[in-house]
Design a protein around this ligand. Structure first.
Ligand code: FES
Length: 108
């Protein structure tokens, strides 16, 4: 089972083993990881699962699709590595994968 590293804005790390096929949002929610709210339940409608994926990690993911890209247009803190955690399905290749969470989602 792949281990995913969730890193808060202040550097706090939460590591959790995630079954293949779960989304990064679902895994965070079920394991009490703060900063990924997932208000719409994963239907790509709220943007509260906004995360940052850096460098090599991004190469493991399917490209962003139009609906995810449109929703991220409303994120005030969008960066080059911005994605929606509910749209990223965990694969075996993602063992050790790092996900960073925006500060804004820790203060709402
Ligand atoms: Fe709502 Fe991801 S959980 S967009």
């Amino acid at each position: 089972m792949p281990t995913i590293r969730y890193v808060e804005h202040d550097g706090t790390v939460h590591e959790t083993e995630v079954p293949v096929g779960w989304s990064l949002m679902e895994a965070a929610s079920r394991n009490g990881v703060p900063g990924i709210l997932g208000d719409c339940g994963g239907s790509c409608a709220c943007g509260t699962c906004h995360v940052y994926i850096d460098g090599a990690g991004a190469a493991l993911l399917k490209p962003i699709d139009e609906s995810e890209d449109m929703l991220l247009e409303y994120a005030v803190d969008r960066q080059a590595g911005s994605r929606l955690a509910c749209q990223i399905e965990v694969t075996e290749a993602m063992d050790g994968f790092t996900v960073r969470t925006p500060i804004r989602q820790h203060t709402e």
